[in-house]
Design a protein around this ligand. Structure first.
Ligand SMILES: [Zn+2]
Ligand SMILES: [Zn+2]
Length: 377
């Protein structure tokens, strides 16, 4: 497969769609804007359409169907199925199947459908231009659960009609309302589609190359705030590859993850339920472990005692963190169950406060240790 001479055949349909839409967006749209003009309302409609199709991929195809990080009301699933067809990225069933293989075999050049180790171009778009994995093209064994979702199967069966209908139908409707069908087809249709495509593709290419690896270096996935901004929060890809069952990708409040915000908002109004999160303990432990591992590699010149202290501190902290997160979870669960036995709650509160204090002291000490080690790096 890797030899230049034995490249599999080109998928002409994909190649033609990607190339012509790109050329129309890059050349046709500016020419039309210059010679005829494009009404400003169309740009706003384009942006809204871009967001709708994009979020249908991130909140629907990705976090709902590929990873089952929450359950969604049929109305929401229907809206995502239409938006996914608008994004022109194959059916939810097919997309999810590919994506699950990507997660199980990440960076495996023969199995990962868009392995980043085969280069930027391949992971971005090249993998769709040739019959690289024709053998498993209609093998849907790893998405048996999704085959039970009637909306997924309905979209899969009628995918071609849906995608053509919505990709032409919506811009034409917009054009009839705004009075310029050609401009609407160019901007809301083609330019929007090309932006949808390449921002999603960035997750397979750029998010495996550019950014930080705070949680794991066992795969190429990176955390990147700029990409998160362009992809409705999917840029926190290092976190995502290690904690893929989490409905969040950006877990901090200041991280840009509108997909997470939307899912949470849906849960408030009963349109989503069963939102899954990783335990705070596992997340913090993974981060500390990475920091320690990195320091051990970098600061080899540091005094041995300092390195030993750091290792020991990590071991102790891991135990303490587990106690703290367990106690905190117990407190939250008790609160949720509304077991308002005053004495019990007071004791729990006191325990959590005490553990929190201890953990915070340890976090401070840890930072000092890491800074000390940094000086030897
Ligand atoms: Zn994923
Ligand atoms: Zn990935």
């Amino acid at each position: 497969m890797n030899e230049m001479t034995e490249k599999p055949p080109i998928i002409w349909l994909n190649a033609t769609v990607f190339l012509t839409t790109f050329l129309i967006a890059a050349v046709g749209v500016p020419l039309y804007a210059y010679h005829v003009g494009i009404d400003s309302s169309l740009w706003w409609i384009m942006l809204a359409t871009l967001c709708y199709a994009g979020i249908s991929i991130t909140a629907g195809y990705h976090r709902l169907w590929s990873h089952k990080t929450y359950d969604a009301h049929p109305v929401v699933r229907f809206i995502f199925a239409i938006g996914g067809a608008l994004a022109l990225q194959n059916s939810a069933l097919h997309w999810s199947s590919d994506h699950r293989v990507h997660h199980t075999h990440v960076d495996d050049n023969d199995k990962d459908p868009y392995s980043a180790k085969r280069g930027f171009w391949y992971s971005h778009i090249g993998w769709m231009l040739r019959e690289y994995q024709a053998s498993r093209y209609s093998d849907y064994d790893n998405v048996k659960d999704l085959q039970k979702d009637p909306i997924v199967m309905w979209q899969h069966r009628h995918y071609l009609a849906l995608t053509l209908g919505i990709n032409f139908g919506w811009p034409i409707v917009v054009g009839l309302i705004t009075g310029d069908v050609w401009a609407a087809l160019l901007v809301v249709g083609v330019l929007r589609l090309v932006l949808n495509h390449h921002t999603t593709f960035f997750i397979n290419s750029l998010a495996h190359v550019w950014g930080k690896q705070p949680y794991t270096d066992k795969n190429t996935a990176r955390d990147n705030g700029v990409l998160a901004f362009l992809t409705f929060g999917e840029g926190y890809h290092n976190y995502h590859h290690i904690f893929s069952a989490d409905y969040r990708n950006g877990i901090r409040w200041y991280q840009f993850d509108p997909t997470k915000w939307l899912i949470r908002a849906f849960s408030w109004v009963g349109l989503a339920s069963g939102l899954k999160r990783s335990s705070g303990y596992q997340v913090e432990k993974a981060r500390l472990q990475m920091q320690l591992q990195r320091m051990q590699q970098k600061a080899q010149a540091a005094p041995k005692t300092l390195l030993e202290t750091a290792q020991q501190h990590y071991d102790e902290m891991a135990v303490q963190l587990r106690h703290y997160y367990q106690a905190r979870k117990k407190l939250l669960d008790t609160k949720a169950k509304k077991l308002r036995e005053q004495v019990n709650m007071d004791a729990l509160h006191a325990q959590v406060d005490e553990l929190k204090q201890a953990v915070e002291d340890q976090r401070r000490h840890w930072k000092q240790l890491m800074n000390q080690l940094k000086q030897h790096a």
